[in-house]
Write a protein that binds this ligand. Structure first.
Ligand code: PNS
Length: 161
């Protein structure tokens, strides 16, 4: 079975993430969406909340599972026998950071390849941080996140004026 791991902060999962997950699910037998720790970011949602949101929006994709891991991605990939790490690329600005991670993960676990999927043009500007900022000011995020998790995000992030 060809397994891929799709890691990220997913804080929260966006339509951009969902597009990458859906396309990855057509390329591999099984895709594990992995809620991981990015030491450079402070999360707004707990990992359990992020997993719940991902499960809610991927329940109709049969070969996708969601997991959480707070260690090294390369160790998780090795443990699961995955052959690939799938990442979405939005723009050239993502590339340097993603390239560095891909090379590092290859060094730590040479048996897996990092596979980059380019985002859809309409999701190029989309990020979890942008979604959080819009939601915190009471703006409309319905174009950016799946409908199933709109309420949870708004409830958590909207500022009380
Ligand atoms: O969605 P993000 O924040 O860009 O995802 C980055 C993430 C979480 C995939 C990355 O920080 C990561 O792999 N964290 C796990 C710890 C690890 O393995 N770090 C070394 C990677 S070079």
């Amino acid at each position: 079975m060809r397994i891929a791991v799709c890691p990220g902060s997913f804080d929260p999962v966006t339509l951009g993430h969902l597009d990458i997950i859906l396309r990855a699910s057509k390329l591999f037998d099984k895709v594990i969406i992995l809620v991981s720790v990015n030491p450079g970011k402070t999360a707004s949602f707990t990992s359990e909340e992020r997993v719940e949101m991902i499960r809610a929006v991927t329940s109709d994709i049969p070969n996708v599972e969601t997991d959480v891991f707070d260690g090294l991605l390369a160790d998780y990939v090795k443990k699961t026998g995955a052959i690939a790490i799938v990442k979405g690329l939005r723009a050239v600005s993502d590339f340097e950071y993603e390239f560095q991670m891909a090379l590092t993960n290859k060094k730590l676990y040479p048996d897996a390849e990092t596979v980059f999927l380019t985002t859809k043009a309409e999701n190029m500007y989309l990020s979890s941080s942008v979604v959080k900022q819009i939601a915190s000011f009471g703006g409309d995020i319905s174009h950016f996140v799946p409908p199933q998790i709109l309420g949870v995000i708004k409830k958590r992030l909207i500022k009380n004026y």
